[in-house]
Design a protein around this ligand. Structure first.
Ligand code: F0G
Length: 460
């Protein structure tokens, strides 16, 4: 059986969690409109909804909070963060933002014009939403292997460079204001991108004069995968690898709620000084003054400490180990996940687990609801509800290639026993899967529908 790597920390403060009864869980689901985003967290036992902003800060981060300088302009906290930013990311300019999507919004509002395209390996939902909100068209150009859950390749998050090149040639660089890549690829299994692929992506964008931005949410985890899997990087530190990654790009958007190990925070960083002028103005209007950007001074200090902690090998080893443990145990029990396990989450192939539910009856949604009903485990559908949409031209639903349920693992929060509990819940679901019904959407908003949509159970 897969071994568990012991936590490189001990627990100093605890947050109680409770398992409410099955009857109460049934009622909670009904009240939530059969959408796990509508549940109260006190009704959730193991919360794997996201690894974003849900991690446990260290004693060093908590003590850094006390030193927070709350000056409106030029706070010490800003300069402490700037030192760390300069070392790890190395872009000429940056502004703090309250989270990742604020950075995306600024970038999209300044650069995207209606009808323009933004290629990436795969955009995450908020990035897609921000691009679409400006009339832009996000394009996912990941390698085809990414769509085969069972294939084990080292860097399943890689951009398909041939696809990228033909895409640029087809649409013309003038209709592509910037290009992106997401590390790791959250929308497709949390899979990493290799340094070689990052370099080729950067070269392709550069050849056509297209600025290259990295969605850097999980940069430390991606750097560690490069160290473990890419020849030539065995002896480099995660920090050195991160530095090399960012040296390839013109800028980055970041949600520090992931690999900054903080509860709130992010940034937009870039080299273009002219664009930075506009970024600053936009930031002042919407987020705050450029030395705090929508955050408290103390948040900047926690972020500065968190970025460094996220790059430590004992931490990364445990982090990848915990996720691998969960993923491999599910595979041992015949539950198909996206292989190999990523670092921040395990993605279950819902169509494989619930083959009797056709895609238009939302098998991913059905599985996430079954996980809550069975064990008060909260996980999120990343399938038709999150990524399907109604084609404005045909009025028909467009289905994504994969129907996944993501169990994202907060950093430094849960133990091996919690992981074992989750495995038991899924084993139980698999045994009684015929009893699980499909769902239909009864209400949906225009953009980012999975957050607020409501559902109705279908009878067989
Ligand atoms: N990019 C990626 C790859 C993300 O995973 C997220 C957030 C964002 C951008 C936006 O950052 O939340 O700080 O505004 N992902 C979270 C998740 C919400 O659950 O995966 P944000």
């Amino acid at each position: 059986m897969t071994k568990y790597i012991p936590e490189p920390f001990k627990i100093k403060m605890v947050e109680p969690i409770h398992l409410i009864s099955r009857e109460e869980r049934k009622k909670a689901l009904q009240a939530a409109g059969y959408n796990v985003f509508g549940l109260r967290s006190e009704d959730v036992y193991i919360d794997l909804m996201t690894d974003s902003g849900t991690s446990a800060m260290s004693q060093d981060q908590w003590s850094a909070l006390i030193k927070g300088d709350e000056a409106y302009a030029g706070a010490r906290s800003y300069f402490r963060l700037k030192d760390v930013m300069d070392e790890i990311f190395g872009f000429k300019h940056f502004v703090p933002t309250h989270q990742g999507r604020a950075a995306e919004n600024i970038l999209a509002s300044l650069l995207v014009k209606p009808g323009q395209y933004i290629p990436s390996n795969m955009h995450f939902d908020t990035t897609e939403g921000n691009i679409r909100a400006r009339g832009g068209r996000p394009a996912n150009l990941i390698i085809e292997t990414a769509y085969d859950p069972a294939s084990r390749v080292a860097f399943k998050g890689n951009m398909d460079i041939d696809k990228l090149r033909s895409f640029i040639v087809e649409h013309g660089s003038e209709s592509i204001p910037f290009g992106m890549i997401t590390i790791t690829n959250n929308a497709g299994g949390g899979q990493p991108v290799s340094m070689e692929n990052l370099r080729q992506t950067a070269e392709t964008y550069r050849e056509f004069g297209i600025p290259f931005f990295i969605d850097a949410c999980r940069f430390a985890e991606n750097a560690y995968f490069i160290k473990l899997r890419e020849p030539g990087y065995e002896d480099k530190s995660p920090l050195e690898i991160a530095q090399e990654i960012f040296s390839l790009a013109d800028g980055a958007t970041m949600s520090a709620k992931k690999d900054g190990i903080v509860n709130i925070g992010g940034f937009l960083a870039l080299n273009d000084s002219e664009l930075f002028e506009n970024v600053r103005n936009e930031l002042i209007m919407r987020e705050g003054f450029p030395t705090y950007g929508g955050l408290a001074g103390r948040d900047l200090d926690a972020m500065a400490v968190g970025f460094n902690e996220a790059l430590q090998i004992p931490y990364l080893n445990y982090r990848l180990g915990q996720t691998t443990y969960l993923g491999e145990r599910l595979l041992e029990n015949g539950i198909q996940i996206i292989e190999p396990p990523g670092a921040h989450a395990i993605y279950i192939d819902a169509m494989k687990l619930l083959p009797h539910i056709p895609q238009h009856q939302l098998p991913g949604q059905a599985l996430s609801l079954a996980m809550y009903l069975e064990g008060a485990v909260r996980a999120v559908e990343l399938g038709t509800v999150a990524f399907g949409y109604i084609d404005p031209e045909t009025g028909e639903e467009v289905f994504p290639k994969l129907e996944l349920v993501r169990m994202a693992i907060p950093r430094r929060v849960y133990t091996q026993t919690h992981m074992d509990y989750v495995v038991d819940v899924l084993k139980e679901i698999k045994q009684n899967r015929e009893k699980i019904n499909g769902y239909r959407i009864s209400y949906q908003p225009k953009l980012l529908r999975h957050f607020t949509a409501k559902f109705e159970p279908l009878n067989h």
